[in-house]
Design a protein around this ligand. Structure first.
Ligand code: FE2
Length: 407
């Protein structure tokens, strides 16, 4: 479901509408999940699975992870290669956009800090599996930046970009490509934790597509990158790190519905790659856990920065129940929380013409266990509450949101 909060005339209004994806329509008609999802596989006949698992019809287009704007189009995205186009005024679905170049992609494309192009990657599974890094222009135009062969592709929910480079961080959570169509398991359950592989950082030149190098570090897993930048002869990558990929299992509903589900704390981690070296060094940036990270993206993407905003978990909490801000230079953290409430990803909106980073507001949809949902506006600087709008029903946990002006 798309949710929209609109600011006008000193008030906030709210609207929602189901994304009329093919996956949604067919599920409504048949009253069950029909297309394969990330961790859900409807029982399909084996012959059909083999025949269709590597071609688009096997994948749904349940684009429930993130949104972006490409030219005049607004796209809803997931990790299958079928972004759904919607009207930002009516929230009506308009169709399916140009598919990504193969079966699995990311819902976290980046803007090239230099050119502004939308850059993304997809994994092309086949006899010769490749990661394909590409730039996407409006109206379906695209150019391929690089194709990199890989025998055991990693599950990478996002990637890093700097002014000159794209970095694919291959966590040792990998799949044997041919196993997917035959296993009968949902997509993510085909991946295996192989810590002996370590974590491989593939650095690719944005302009030429040339592989600058592969750098290695200790094994870990992450969903989200925070930011990355070049500094002298090194690359600095910040991300939300877990010791292993157990977090994927921990987020299953049957686990979350237990009396006291435990979730590991994501570590705000800085990875430093010396471009002329081979090893990667890690450093913890703050003593608080932080997930669903956001920055002042327009100002800081691919450049040195100072502030990251996200969600965290209080000691003894049972889910992500606080908003967190970290000054990555000083390692200082500040939090906002209210008992019984669960804030969603804080979207940073800069003040118009702001002179400095951190001047702006944070927007967060907060699930209030007792009273339904609230929409919260905080001052990004001190996390002080500026405004709150109550929504007359609950809004379930979501993933990512975006702010747009003049839609
Ligand atoms: Fe994400």
């Amino acid at each position: 479901m798309l949710h929209r909060f609109t600011f006008a005339d000193g008030a906030v209004s709210y609207a929602n509408h189901f994304l009329e994806s093919r996956a949604y329509r067919v599920a409504r008609e048949q009253n069950t999940i029909v297309y394969s999802e990330f961790a859900t596989d409807p029982c399909r006949a084996l012959f059909k699975r083999v025949a269709t698992a590597f071609s688009p019809p096997a994948f749904g287009d349940n684009a429930n992870v993130n949104l972006t704007r490409l030219g005049e189009e607004f796209l809803a995205m997931t990790e299958t290669p079928l972004p759904v186009v919607f009207d930002p005024q009516t929230l009506h679905t308009l169709g399916v956009a140009e598919p990504a170049p193969r079966q699995v992609t990311v819902a976290h494309p980046h803007r090239s800090p230099k050119t502004g192009e939308l850059v993304s990657y997809a994994t092309h599974f086949g006899p010769y599996t490749t990661y394909r890094i590409y730039a996407q222009q409006p109206r379906g135009q695209r150019h391929m930046i690089a194709k990199l062969g890989v025998s055991r592709p990693s599950y990478m929910h996002s990637f890093a970009i700097t002014e000159r480079y794209v970095v694919l961080v291959e966590f040792p959570f990998v799949v044997v490509p041919i196993a997917i169509p035959l296993s009968g398991r949902p997509f993510i359950e085909n991946y295996r934790w192989r810590p002996q592989r370590g974590t491989r950082f593939r650095v690719i030149e944005l302009e030429t597509g040339k592989l600058r190098g592969i750098y290695e570090g200790e094994p870990f897993f992450a969903f989200h990158h925070v930011n990355a930048f070049e500094r002298d002869d090194e690359l600095v990558l910040d991300l939300c790190a877990y010791d292993d990929a157990e977090i994927v299992r921990d987020l299953y509903l049957d686990h979350l519905r237990q009396e006291h589900p435990e979730l590991p704390d994501p570590e705000l981690r800085r990875c430093r790659l010396r471009l002329d070296g081979s090893n990667v060094e890690y450093k913890r940036l703050a003593d608080v856990g932080l997930e669903l990270p956001r920055t002042d993206y327009q100002r800081c993407n691919g450049r040195a920065y100072r502030h990251v905003y996200g969600v965290g978990q209080r000691d003894g909490g049972d889910f992500l129940d606080e908003l967190v801000k970290v000054d990555v230079e000083r390692g200082e953290a500040s939090v906002w929380s209210e008992p019984g409430t669960y804030p969603g990803e804080p979207v940073f909106v800069p003040e118009p013409d702001a002179a400095e980073e951190d001047a702006g507001v944070l927007l967060s949809v907060v699930l209030d266990g007792a009273a339904g949902s609230s929409f919260l506006v905080l001052d990004a600087g001190d996390l002080g509450e500026l405004a709150r709008a109550r929504v007359p029903h609950h809004i379930p946990f979501g993933f990512h949101g975006q702010f747009a002006t003049e839609v």
